[in-house]
Design a protein around this ligand. Structure first.
Ligand code: COA
Ligand code: MG
Length: 289
């Protein structure tokens, strides 16, 4: 099981057809950006958006940010062309919508056969059908490009006919299952968007909930949301201090061969050592940004 090796605290979407937003993304502090061809793009702009996404990836200039293209589903008039264009452009990730089964993921993986090896498959978790199949889907990480689950709470609310309200009660079991399936198979798990662009308090509360559930980061739809997501998903000063003391304790000669130690009056085991190393690795990368 591979823990996430880089920060993915904020994943900022923008319509790929919005040149101003794409250009602005090169200077925003988002850890990842998603050039959207799907829901944020109207049907008559699909071809233009596809060309713009490919051009943006080729042009680069995104620095440490991961660059992801979100394609339309293969059962739409645009899906096959989107996947072919994304495979040729070779971004860090290709995000695909509305998967319902492991077979769907295999089909997207096959459509990306010609993409560079470092192009990973990210999938939206946003249908009712996929919910009981999350672990089977996540298991494909071992044999495909699949690397990341992204919660699609807006589509999920629509399909369930549930209300997406503060606290997100109807979705909590699905958030738990998504994170658990991701962790079981070493995937990254990104939480869904908060639609209220300028309600910083609501976003902060929802991001804190995502942290509590174990997500690696949160989807964002506006520059104003990025710093709030980054702050929520960065290890706190206390967590970093704890991690350092755990790593220091396990590094002492008298810790050699031991599986459990006492640190600051509490038991820590090798699992905490691994957790502490992960926190320090992520914190060091955040420090460098
Ligand atoms: N990414 C990058 N830049 C963005 C952005 C985004 N998602 N949203 C807005 N901006 C930029 C604007 O271009 C503008 O730049 P400027 O100051 O250089 O002119 C600035 O941020 C302020 O934008 P603002 O006027 O507050 O937003 P808006 O009213 O023009 O747009 C939305 C609001 C919701 C339409 C827009 O934020 C958006 O398209 N978000 C992404 C939607 C999306 O991708 N959804 C799919 C996933 S759920
Ligand atoms: Mg969706």
């Amino acid at each position: 099981m591979q823990p996430p090796s880089r920060p993915r605290r904020s994943v900022l979407y923008m319509p790929a057809s919005n040149a101003k937003a794409v250009s602005k993304a090169r200077s925003l502090p988002a850890d990842a950006i998603v050039l959207d061809l799907e829901d944020a793009v109207a049907p008559d702009m699909k071809a233009e958006a596809r060309e713009a996404a490919v051009a943006a990836v080729r042009e680069g200039g995104f620095g440490r940010r991961e660059v992801v293209i979100r394609c339309n589903a293969l059962d739409t008039p645009w899906g096959a062309d989107d996947l072919a264009a994304a495979a040729a452009a070779g971004p860090d990730g290709v995000l695909v919508p509305k998967i319902a089964s492991a077979d769907d993921v295999q089909a997207y993986d096959a459509a990306l056969a010609g993409a560079p090896a470092n192009t990973r498959l990210w999938v939206m978790i946003e249908t009712c059908a996929v919910v009981p199949r999350l672990f089977d889907v996540a298991a494909l990480a071992a044999s495909t490009r699949l690397s990341t689950f992204v919660m699609g709470t807006n589509d999920l609310a629509k399909e369930m006919r549930a209300r997406l309200l503060p606290g997100r009660a109807p979705f909590l079991p699905i958030l738990t299952l998504t994170v658990a399936a991701a962790r079981a198979h070493g995937l990254v798990a990104i939480d869904g968007v908060c639609n209220a662009i300028h309600d910083a308090d609501l976003l902060a509360a929802e991001a804190a909930q995502g942290v509590e559930f174990g997500f690696d980061g949160k989807s964002a739809i506006h520059p104003a949301q990025v710093e709030i997501c980054n702050a929520a998903f960065s290890p706190s000063a206390e967590e970093i201090a704890w991690a350092q003391s755990v790593v220091d304790a396990f590094g002492l000669p008298e810790a050699a061969g031991k599986g459990a130690l006492r640190v600051d009056g509490k038991m820590v085991e090798l699992l905490h050592h691994a957790q502490a190393q992960q926190i320090l690795a992520i914190a060091a990368q955040i420090e460098g940004r």
